[in-house]
Design a protein around this ligand. Structure first.
Ligand code: HEM
Length: 300
């Protein structure tokens, strides 16, 4: 199977044009194959994952609220706008390739700009208002990776409970971040090649060979999003993951679900203690301003 579509530049040299769309078929069937394999594996082989309440002391769990906010309103809005723009991009990008002709380009770049705005908004929101490190793979995740691999191989393993996000969610987020940036940057550049009111037309900005590379990068990340989207939707509707999906709709998870899956030490959800009021400083004698008044009748 060809990986790229190739052509020749004005000097007769071979250059890349874009990705070969055989890879679209491959990405689609890879996603479907993963879903079938996982669904069968989950029924036939998967060792029962323990979901008993956490080892946290009763005193500690008493402070945990009955409903825990997993995603606030702003984070949920980001997720659903991004999901809608991604689905529109997949349909408008690939429908013409599989033979469904319609005027897709304007809808495509508008959805692309919405996706880019979502990503920029998310970067600011996650950096300054959310727990930034909770979604990134850190050295502490190595143990979980080893234990999970052992469990997959049917060996005795101590996977334990995770913080806000388990390792597989972190890996997925990493893949989406990397390919989301590549598809967005290449898409923005490609806007120079089509008439639109935002980016001035300039198809000579790059040489033909470099444009070919930009199209290959856009196509490659686009087809990977086919596999990533199929697997994402599959996990979202799996019965044992519905509590997570519901949290992306309503925002909260129950205390029971929280204690079954999360380690309270790694994702602390107890309400912060109210800050003690600072005691008024006694002022230097005779300074006047702010000197505590003696109680009525007290000796001075
Ligand atoms: C996951 C999201 C995306 C997918 C699945 C996707 C898919 C595609 C596909 C398959 C093509 C045809 C490429 C070719 O003919 O070689 C395309 C073209 C294009 N995409 Fe995207 N794309 C995505 C995101 C974006 C973004 C974020 C932008 C930026 C605004 C964008 C802007 C464009 C433009 C302007 C073209 C047309 C280029 C041309 O025909 O010369 N895309 N996209």
């Amino acid at each position: 199977m060809e990986l790229f579509q190739v052509g020749t530049d004005p000097w007769g040299q071979e250059i890349l044009i874009r990705l070969s769309w055989g890879l679209l078929t491959l990405a689609f069937w890879a996603g479907v194959a993963f879903v079938i394999f996982h669904a069968v594996y989950a029924v036939v082989w998967k060792p029962k994952v323990e979901t008993e309440a956490s080892g946290a002391s009763t005193a500690a769990t008493a402070k945990i609220p009955e409903q825990i906010v997993r995603h606030n309103g702003a984070a949920r809005m980001f997720h659903w706008v991004m999901a809608a723009s991604m689905l529109v991009l997949l349909v408008t990008g690939f429908a013409p390739i599989i033979g469904l002709e319609f005027s897709w380009l304007d809808i495509h770049w508008i959805a692309g700009l919405i996706l880019i705005l979502c990503i920029l908004y998310h970067i600011v929101h996650a950096s300054f208002f959310l727990d930034f490190w909770s979604i990134w793979i850190l050295p502490g995740d190595l143990k979980e990776a080893v234990e999970r691999t052992k469990r997959q191989l049917g060996q005795q393993a101590d996977v334990g409970k995770h913080g806000k996000y388990p390792l597989d969610h972190k890996l997925y987020h990493l893949a989406v971040s990397v390919f989301g940036v590549i598809v967005s940057v290449s898409g923005l550049l490609m806007m120079m090649k089509v008439e639109n009111p935002i980016v001035p037309f300039n198809d000579t900005y790059y040489s033909d060979a470099t444009w070919g590379l930009v199209y290959v990068l856009h196509g490659l990340s686009a087809v990977l999003f086919v596999t990533l989207t199929i697997t994402h939707i599959y996990f979202a509707v799996r019965p044992e993951k519905l509590w997570i999906t519901k949290a992306m709709i309503w925002g909260t998870v129950s205390k029971e679900d929280y204690l079954s899956h999360h380690d309270p030490k790694r994702w602390d959800v107890t309400p912060p203690k109210p800050k003690a009021k600072p005691r008024a400083k006694p002022k230097a004698k005779g300074s006047g301003v702010g000197t505590p008044k003696p109680a009525r009748g007290a000796a001075t």
